[in-house]
Design a protein around this ligand. Structure first.
Ligand SMILES: Nc1nc2c(ncn2[C@@H]2O[C@H](COP(=O)(O)OP(=O)(O)OP(=O)(O)O)[C@@H](O)[C@H]2O)c(=O)[nH]1
Ligand SMILES: [Mg+2]
Length: 465
């Protein structure tokens, strides 16, 4: 697919693109979209040929407090830096509700304009999502491209996507973001569309662009559905072996990948930057008791994670929804750990994973030992670790075993004497607590996971605890 314009529609996902993210496609050099054109290329929104100078704008609405707006702006500055640009100033406004046309008031917009001129800024980034109309109006008033946090996050994801599936998910999210904003960039798209036969009778260029974009989106959606079916088959195969599935979730940069590497020999990428991981990686791991589990590292979450991304990543996040247990990794050195925990829980609810049992893992205890003690005390059953040094990992494994035992089902079964195979299966797949016999057969009480309990349901008797 080219640097500009819409990707070739023939460019589809292969049948076998798995969830491990192991297909290296090399660095993505398709980043040519200038910040100003938000969406000049199919992948990127930010020009990395030089470091753009960015003015950040934050608004404290209604009952909000200034402090949390500033914290959010700190994070936005970090996001902008990760995207490859420099935040050179920040502007703040408190107002009851956003202005329908320009988000901030007109006086504030003038102030942003003069600051931007003074500092020779390339772009203004708002911390909250702007409507397409607001974005268009502000771009005109501020005489430079105006973006929102969503655009910056999308851009980072586009930069970091490496697997075919990850790229498709990010592209879909970007197209969902671009579709309602097409009008503002008609100029750019018109140049590359055109040609005989591309336009239907009476169709404007905008309609043509919109139609192509929607076609591409539905293509990506159906490709991703196919990958998802493939994954569902895989995870069923896994369930048949009765190993439990554990998913590592948490705020971006909290140390999820480091933890997976510590627990298994996964060797996944660890970096001190946001959204280093986009693709899920699963490794089998043996617990001290001999039981095996499947451990999956997942994409990190952030405050105000764009809903387009959550939607697009739903299929990757199936591993989270289907997990038997979540390890929620929290960075102890985070200035606002409970805010980050809330942001993660919010996304978990969005994807329907809020019913999965959670074990909190307070990581980077080496950086903030006091906070680690306080956080563990405030969350019964939780543990603190340093994924980097290995400190506390034994305690984590113990807690993990305990939690997994708790999520198994205690089942009473009666197995006829001519079904020695079934008895063997119970021993193989579960933990037998009691075994006696009477004239009807073997009477067994065992802890079984959901899959085994389902398969053995014809031998189960009522009254299981
Ligand atoms: N001091 C210290 N640093 C850690 C620890 N665990 C991880 N880190 C560092 O934190 C940074 C982020 O670690 P990752 O494992 O990539 O974090 P992640 O949660 O996978 O991040 P994303 O995939 O970007 O969401 C890296 O620089 C790690 O070296 C720890 O226990 N102590
Ligand atoms: Mg990671």
């Amino acid at each position: 697919m080219g640097d500009h314009g819409f990707p070739d529609e023939a460019d589809i996902l292969p049948e076998e693109s798995g969830p491990t993210g192991s297909d290296e496609t090399g660095p993505d050099d398709s980043h040519r979209g200038a910040f100003g054109e938000f969406g000049g290329g199919s992948r990127g929104l930010i020009d990395r040929a030089f470091r753009e100078r960015i003015v950040l704008a934050g608004v404290t609405l209604g009952g909000g407090d200034r402090e949390s707006t500033e914290a959010s702006l700190d994070e936005l500055a970090q996001l902008v830096d990760t995207a490859g640009a420099d935040a050179v100033a920040r502007v703040h406004q408190a107002r009851q509700s956003p202005d329908a046309a320009t988000y901030v008031g007109s006086g504030k917009a003038e102030e942003i304009l003069s600051i931007s001129n003074e500092l020779d800024a390339d772009t203004v980034v708002f911390d909250d999502e702007l409507s397409p109309a607001q974005q268009g109006n502000l771009t005109a008033i501020l005489k430079r491209s105006t973006l929102d946090r969503t655009a910056v996050i999308l851009d980072i994801f586009a930069q970091n996507a490496s697997s075919i599936e990850g790229k498709a998910q990010v592209e879909l999210a970007q197209l969902r973001y671009r579709l309602p904003r097409l009008r503002g960039m008609g100029e750019k798209l018109s140049q590359q569309a055109g040609g005989i036969g591309t336009r239907g009778p009476g169709e404007t260029q905008l309609e043509v662009d919109r139609r192509r974009l929607m076609r591409r989106m539905s293509r990506l959606e159906s490709d991703l559905k196919r990958v998802r079916r493939h994954r569902a088959t895989q995870s069923k195969a896994r369930r048949r072996t009765s190993n439990r599935a554990v998913a590592i979730v948490g705020y971006t940069n909290s140390g999820k990948s480091t933890l997976l590497n510590r627990l298994t020999d996964a060797g996944v990428l660890v970096e001190d930057r946001l959204f280093a991981t986009l693709d899920a990686t699963t490794r089998r791991m043996d617990l001290p008791g001999g039981e095996s589990v499947y451990m999956t590292d997942t994409v990190g979450f952030v405050r105000k994670l764009p809903h387009q991304l959550v939607d697009a990543f739903k299929s990757t996040l199936d591993v989270v929804v289907d997990a038997d247990l979540l390890l929620h990794v929290v960075d102890c050195s985070d200035p606002d750990p409970s805010g980050s925990i809330d942001a993660v829980c919010y996304v978990l609810r969005e994807i329907g994973a809020d019913e999965v049992p959670v074990l909190y893992v307070f990581n980077k205890a080496d950086l903030a030992p006091e906070a680690a003690v306080r956080l563990v005390a405030g969350e019964p059953g939780s543990v603190s670790v340093s994924a980097e040094s290995g400190e506390g990992i034994d305690g984590l494994l113990e807690a993990l075993g305990r939690c997994l035992r708790d999520v198994t089902h205690l089942v009473d079964l009666v197995v006829p004497f001519d079904r020695g195979d079934v008895l063997a299966m119970i021993h193989r797949e579960g933990e037998v607590l009691e075994e006696t016999a009477d004239e009807s057969g073997w009477i067994v009480r065992a802890r079984l996971d959901e899959g085994s309990a389902g398969r053995l349901s014809e031998f189960a008797v009522e009254g299981d605890g």
